[in-house]
Design a protein. Structure first.
Length: 273
C-alpha cells in the first residue's frame, strides 16, 4: 500500500542542489543581550548579579549612550515601595535593580540566590569609575550639597586622575519646567555616559523616570547617602533617625519572614479585576 504523501521517503532537494545552497549568514547580535535573573522581594524584582557584572553592564550601556535606569535598593527603599505606588512603578520600570545592603542580600539568598552579596553605593561607584577611566568614558554626579559634591569629586579625581568627572548639586526647591530642562541640557553637555544620582528614594526614582528621554546616559540611583566614602550605612544624625531605621528594618524582616513561611501576600499595586 502506497503512502498518501507521494513525496514521502524521497528528498525534496537533490544532494547537488543542497551543496550549492549559499551558506547561512550569521544573525547579528540582538540589542538586549543581557538576560535578567533575580527574585521577587516585597513585590519588587531584584536582579541577582555580582559587583563586576553590574559595573560591566553599566559600562556597556554607557558606551552605547543608552538611556537606562539602575536602582540600588536597600531595606528602606523596598518598604517604602510597598506604600508608594509611584515608587513601586518606577522600580518596576528600571532596567536593573540591585540589593543595596546586607539585609536585602540576605533575603535574596533565602529566596534561592545563594551567592548574592550586597552592592553598596561606594563599591559600585568606585568600581565603575575604574572601568570608565580605562574606557575613556565621562561620569557625572547629581545630588547632595555643593560642599559634599566637591569633596566627592576631589576624592574621585585623586583615585582616578584620568577620569573626566563633573557634578551638579540637588536643588533646594522645586524647579520650574524651564529650569529642569536647562539642568538636563547641562548634564547632557558634559558628555557623561553614566550619571550617578543621589536623591531621596521617591524623588530619585521620579527624577530618573522623568529624564529618561532627555538624558542619553545610564542613570544610577544610589540614594541620599551616595557621597559617603564608607562601605556601610551612613550613621543616623539623631536618635530619631536611629529609631526610624530600626523600625524600617523590623518591618522589612517581618514581611520577608511572613512571605517565606506563609507565602507572599497579594500585591497592593495590582489593578482590580
Amino acid at each position: 500500500m502506497r503512502h498518501p504523501d507521494p513525496h514521502f521517503g524521497y528528498p525534496t532537494v537533490s544532494w547537488r542542489a543542497n551543496e550549492q545552497r549559499p551558506a547561512p549568514q550569521a544573525t547579528p547580535p540582538t540589542r538586549h543581550r543581557f538576560l535578567r535573573q533575580g527574585t521577587l522581594l516585597l513585590d519588587t524584582y531584584l536582579d541577582a548579579i555580582d559587583l563586576d557584572g553590574a559595573a560591566q553592564r553599566i559600562l556597556t550601556w554607557g558606551s552605547r549612550h543608552q538611556s537606562r535606569i539602575v536602582a540600588l535598593c536597600d531595606m528602606a527603599h523596598l518598604v517604602q515601595a510597598t506604600r508608594n505606588p509611584a515608587l513601586h512603578n518606577a522600580l518596576a520600570q528600571a532596567d536593573l535593580t540591585l540589593p543595596g545592603d546586607a539585609g536585602v542580600a540576605w533575603a535574596m539568598r533565602r529566596e534561592g540566590q545563594r551567592r548574592q552579596q550586597a552592592l553598596t553605593a561606594h563599591e559600585l561607584m568606585w568600581r565603575h569609575m575604574r572601568l570608565a577611566e580605562q574606557a575613556g568614558q565621562a561620569v557625572h554626579l547629581h545630588g547632595g550639597t555643593q560642599a559634599s559634591l566637591d569633596q566627592l569629586i576631589s576624592s574621585a579625581q585623586t583615585a582616578f586622575p584620568a577620569l573626566q568627572i563633573t557634578g551638579t548639586p540637588s536643588a533646594n526647591q522645586a524647579l520650574t519646567p524651564a529650569q529642569d530642562l536647562a539642568l538636563a541640557h547641562q548634564i547632557a553637555s558634559t558628555g557623561a555616559t553614566v550619571v550617578f544620582v543621589g536623591l531621596a528614594h521617591a524623588e530619585q526614582a521620579n527624577w530618573m523616570q522623568a529624564h529618561r528621554s532627555q538624558v542619553r546616559a545610564v542613570m544610577v540611583g544610589l540614594g541620599p547617602d551616595f557621597g559617603q566614602t564608607q562601605l556601610t550605612f551612613a550613621r543616623p544624625s539623631s536618635l530619631r533617625g536611629l529609631r526610624r531605621r530600626a523600625a524600617v528594618q523590623a518591618v522589612f524582616f517581618a514581611r520577608v519572614l511572613h512571605s517565606m513561611l506563609l507565602g507572599a501576600p497579594p500585591s497592593r499595586h495590582d489593578e482590580p479585576r
